[in-house]
Design a protein around this ligand. Sequence first.
Ligand code: ADP
Ligand code: ZN
Length: 615
Amino acid sequence: MQELTLLLKKYFGFDSFRPLQAEVIQRVIEKKDSLALMPTGGGKSICFQLPAVYLPGTAVVVSPLIALMKDQVKGLTMNGIPAAALNSMMPEGERQQLRQQCLQGKYKLLYISPEGLLNELDWLLARMEISLIAIDEAHCISRWGHDFRPEYAQLAVVKERFPHVPVIALTATADKITRLDIMDQLKLHDPQLFISSFDRPNLSLAVHRGLDKKDKLAAILRFIRHHKDQSGILYCMKRVDTEAVASLLTTNGIRAAAYHAGLSPSQREQAQDDFINDRIEVVCATIAFGMGIDKSNVRWVIHYNMPGNIENYYQEIGRAGRDGLHSDTLLFYSLGDLVLLRRFAEESGQNEVNMDKLHRMQRYCETDVCRRRILLNYFGEEAGQDCGNCDVCRNPPQQFDGSILVQKALSAILRTDERIGMQMTIDILRASGRGDLLQLGYDKLKTYGAGRDLPFKVWKEYLYQMLQLGYVEIDYANGQTLKATPSGRKVLFGQAQAVLATYREPEEVVRAAEKKEKKEKKKRPAAPSPQPVRIIEANSPEETLLDALRQLRRRIAQQDGVPPYIVFADDSLQEMAQKKPLSIDAFAGIRGVGEIKREKYGKVFVALIRHVVGK
Ligand code: ADP
Ligand code: ZN
């Protein structure tokens, strides 16, 4: 094990293993099979890359996405580990040359697509010395998983052909049936299952609901300004929204692009490439974006609409903070989303399952207990305590007796014979005087203007709460009109009390949370998995240094033709800005600095740090 730890530092610049990495690696080295389940960013790659370095021969890594392979090959090469990817896009001459090099044992790792593997089985792979076979995104083999790929189905052949080569299957998503199915389909020999916690404590969680479009866009702008120069992804349900938000951001001086299936492949590639290389900060995307990019320094994810289920939501927010540094996530949710998602679920052919998943997603959004607990619980994990890093924990809701508000709303709803939706209910309460309201004679109602004292958005929030508490329900089949429920009637007739949570401005929530976070950062105990890194304060000398380090990283990345995060991850730069290493030896102690990077970049980085701190 000690030797492995030394190799980890030498090649990857890390001092210690993440949870389960060492156990999985040990198993591979003993030439035994395993299935490793780790969340995105959990550090799956090291589980096969390190044994590949340690064992004689070449590790064969099966991966479905060319972009991901390329990325990993670049990263390995930069760390002095010879690696290559064999893919069908290469001209035959080049492939031939690569095969020869493989036979000479030039590579420690060879990445290959599942089809490629099947093609090369009889000739190339039969002749190579294979140290281990890693099957990435292994859930693609299972029809139970959400991402079945037919070309994965034939991978059982691997174990038949190479019974003595250890196979390690890896995935970030697999429920119980899928897990068993993976081990079964791959015909693994006596496999050991490794499951690491799905918790991502470095991701903050927050939900804002019921904002109208204008307020939502304003909140997004504030959020992004607060995350100046940081990479982020904004997910929208509709293509038009990706374009609208991207153009709004652009007019506000934020470098952003849209990404959706309606764009040409070259436009999409351009957006992805610009994002990976930090030429743009924000991608506004439909869900099509994110698969197959490994960018470790995505600092935030916003959901412009509510996702249809928790699996998708978790996978999407999981694209932030792979490097273990603090990252923020924010979800906007409205009744409109819900109506649309219900329709999708109904039309999906798997009505019941999808509707149930949608309900669970909605409950997550509406909860007043720690959101992380709900997420972990959903994935079958027990959270021992509240997380302290979600909006509910940071700002527990404050309750008050809202019976009168419920009575006002319900009486408006009942006096109009339950024929009105949320908008009209509020307009009646606030005496808006809009045309159709007057035409219908709603201004004659006793409740007209009974809720003038509260702004529109506050009423909206309280109506959401009434829905959530079951005083009111939505008739989806009938133009989303509101209906009074039996428990709502009880409140109306004074037989029960309604407890609501005080409305707070989203801005206020954000600010209060930030203040509290700053205070807590000083006393917060070490985060469970990633090493805690102190966050650098805005406008501090450290931030000036960090900016300079980023610029240097970008210059080097351009020169070497790789994405900046492959030169150094964000956490390495942060550590440099904090520790300010003034010698090569001190520089070598920074996380992510292996031997090759010390040699290659030590001098320039130390020189820059000396220059900035004036020594
Ligand atoms: P996954 O494939 O599970 O999504 P990766 O293998 O891409 O995750 O690793 C996520 C990030 O964590 C990468 O930036 C990687 O360099 C970093 N990492 C992995 N193992 C360690 C470790 N032992 N110590 C520090 N950082 C690590
Ligand atoms: Zn919490």
